[in-house]
Design a protein around this ligand. Structure first.
Ligand code: UD1
Ligand code: UDP
Length: 371
């Protein structure tokens, strides 16, 4: 039975790792769940384990917050002896956070095979820490598990070989579809006094949007104007909490605690429009068919624009307001990309275990070619 370490560290990891763990365990793999501790507040962490029925982590690294170098280094230092102790056949990392890259780098040097779930996404914006994490993680991975054709095409264009690239679909949508009925039973709308289709939902946490008070003030000004037409509710990411309090929010914009998974899916599902800089929320709104306005100049998830409900509005307040009015007047038609069908994690298990076990699967030769 192969031993597979699955890594999670922050809010957007939990809904990605859960279906992968389940699919691997259903096929008899021994899964060890390692939590790096990058996110630790109950509202950013514990609620997801409860909502999604994820068992407590088998190992907890407890790294917490810090600069990029501190956080990445602490994960590496804690993960390296764990890999030596557990001697897994395979390590699975998801997404693009610092914990993803840190565990990928350790694995690449320690010897086990490495699989990256969500490989190939590219914003081509090197000011995003996540872009560095994506590109570097892919470079040391053996299995590149792509969520969409554009991601697979990016990998091919970067010189990766076909036997490394696996177009498997979107695991985040596996979790969304598996939990949609439970989410629709949430009482969150009643608790916040909201009605279906009667509000807009906002999330903000990208450093480029929330770290600079001037940029954040501009975004809040835009939100204030939009709230005149459609009241807004904004579950506050801890990164943005202090600055939002300092600047103050305009009338019609309601700040609430970060939402749990089921509540947040319910809030998206019933929203008239979602305004966000989140990666995962662009995907979930596309799958739900809810209009999404992304407050960024670019996206590593272009399929949500080309085949989904997402519109890029940038950061300019006037352009954001105009875009939201346009979207409210004529909402984009809902469509769901192929392979966002709830079975991505089964296809991942096919790739990782299908032809045998991870330990007998031929190692792709990712580390021996140059790009
Ligand atoms: C991280 C990821 C980002 C992801 C986001 C999801 C990196 C580089 N960034 O950003 O890609 O989109 O998570 O939400 O990995 N904090 C708390 N409590 C917590 C966690 C964080 O208060 O439980 C605060 C701390 O002040 C911390 C700050 O938020 O310094 C930033 O946390 P960090 O994990 O470094 O980055 P995020 O902005 O959360
Ligand atoms: N999410 C949540 N509560 C919130 C905001 C987001 O449950 O208050 C969920 C959202 O549904 C999605 C994931 O968190 O599943 C996205 O994480 P986040 O936006 O923090 O990170 P990103 O996707 O940008 O890396």
């Amino acid at each position: 039975m192969p031993r597979i370490v699955c890594v999670a560290g922050a809010r957007p990891n939990y809904m990605k790792i859960k279906p992968v763990m389940d699919a691997l365990e259903r096929r008899g793999a021994e899964v060890v769940l390692v939590h790096t501790g990058q996110h630790y507040d109950p509202a950013m962490n514990d609620v997801f384990f409860a909502d999604l029925g994820i068992r407590p982590p088998d190992r907890f690294l407890g790294v917490g917050s810090g600069s990029h170098a501190e956080q990445t280094g602490r994960v590496m230092t804690a993960f390296e002896p764990l890999v030596a102790e557990l001697s897994p056949d395979l390590v699975v990392v998801v997404g693009d956070i610092n914990s993803t890259l840190a565990c990928a780098l350790v694995t690449a040097k320690a010897g086990p095979l490495l699989a990256h779930v969500e490989a190939g996404l590219r914003s081509r914006d090197w000011s995003m820490p996540e872009e560095v994490n994506r590109v570097a993680t892919d470079r040391v991975s053996d299995y590149l598990l792509a969520p969409s054709p554009d991601a697979a095409e990016n990998l091919r264009a970067e010189g990766y070989r076909d036997d490394q690239i696996h177009l498997v679909g979107n695991v985040m949508i596996d979790t969304l579809l598996a939990n949609l009925e439970r989410a629709r039973a949430s009482d969150v709308l009643g608790r916040y006094g909201l009605s279906r289709g009667g509000y807009g939902l906002v999330t903000l946490h990208r450093p480029a949007n929330v770290d600079d008070p001037g940029v954040l003030a501009g975004l809040l000004k835009a939100l204030g104007e939009i709230a005149g037409r459609c009241p807004l509710v904004l579950p506050v990411h801890p990164r943005a909490a202090g600055r939002l309090a300092d600047i103050g929010v305009p009338g019609g914009v309601r700040l609430v605690e970060p939402a749990g998974y089921l509540d947040f899916i319910a809030l998206q599902d019933s929203a008239r429009v979602v305004l966000t800089d989140s990666g995962g929320v662009q995907e979930e709104t596309t799958a739900l068919g809810v209009p999404c306005v992304t407050l960024r100049d670019n996206t590593e998830r272009p399929i949500t624009v080309e085949e989904g409900t997402n519109v890029l509005a940038g950061r300019d307040p006037e352009r954001i307001v105009a875009t939201v009015h346009r979207v409210l007047d004529a909402p984009p038609a809902p469509r769901r990309p192929a392979l966002w069908d709830g079975r991505a994690s089964e296809r991942i298990a096919d790739v990782l275990l299908g032809g045998g076990t991870a330990s007998t699967h031929p190692r792709p030769t990712a580390r021996t070619f140059t790009i």
